[in-house]
Design a protein around this ligand. Sequence first.
Ligand code: NAD
Length: 355
Amino acid sequence: MKIALIPGDGIGPDIIEQAVKVLKVIEKKYNCKFEFTEVLMGGVAIDATGVPLPEETIKICKESDAVLLGAVGGEKWDVLPGHLRPEAGLLGMRKALEVFANLRPAIMFPQLKSASTLKEEVLGDGLDIMVIRELNGGAYFGEKVRIDTEDGQKAWDTMAYSTSEIVRIAKVAFETAKKRDNKLTLIDKANVLESSRLWRETVKKVALDYPEVELNFMYVDNAAMQLIRNPRQFSTIVTENLFGDILSDEASMLTGSLGMLPSASLGSGKLGVYEPIHGSAPDIAGQDKANPIATIMSVAMMLRYSLDMEDAAKEIEAAVSKVLDMGYRTGDIMQTGMTLVGTKKMGDLIAETLK
Ligand code: NAD
């Protein structure tokens, strides 16, 4: 199985090293072979080639079964024009690989309950929400215009969706809900927006192919409130790009630990891009302080969604939980009475537990 590795910038190389450790254990345990190819993207690519996403990187990623990404970005490159900044590499890759569904689980490890800003009674015995965000359409990609007017300027962004764009993400959402507990919530603003009304009608039609999945609907303003009031009512959520951007950040922060959460970006085929939700954390880069768990959990998603290795995915998730049970913590999730460890040690502990 071919895996393109993009360490990127800041803590990216630190955390990808731990992910590879874990994959090496899986290779032995499951008697399979991962062929890793390291490629450039982000600031390091700008320094080496002048652009954030070299053609060579796209080519290798397209030829791979999965892409595992650390993080990109840093102050050094913030002065560059938008299309040459590290983040342009991220958007360019999502487009080039045609990944249109962003899966962001907001899982709360019961061991880290106290890190959440929510009260214990709201959290119950934990959170497990999957937010599925459409990634290639809506206001971020629709027509953008700014014109001069008599009293200043006028600007607009167009939130546009076609039936086929909605159908393909709806299918990912129903399939994902089926693998979980058969519950799916479509979040939209169908009382006001025409694009949302098309979403609702289209998703209802796709639902006919998934009679086992219970589909319900919620307006985005209510959903933003309900996520804080009673997050446990949600299981799988599907929504358009802009709403998903905001709600997935809200849902993930309910768990209180940025360094723990993975993500997957999927297209029509098996190829996916897997990455932690956090950024390149330049403030702690190269200091053995980064929490590698979000990246290791991204490896589990990669095994589940691109490489058909569900058992291995579950084993990795269980190993992470066990290491937390043993009381080991990186700085970002440190609690009194626990043992503080660095990036490498956390990687070693999870790899050892997996063996
Ligand atoms: P960030 O997520 O990098 O860091 C926010 C805070 O969380 C920092 O204090 C950092 O030290 C901490 N943190 C993040 N990940 C951690 C981890 N694994 N372990 C321990 N602590 C962790 O966000 P930011 O500071 O806003 O952005 C830094 C850079 O990352 C910017 O250049 C930004 O554009 C980029 N960025 C990249 C991505 C990506 O590659 N997908 C995503 C978000 C931000």
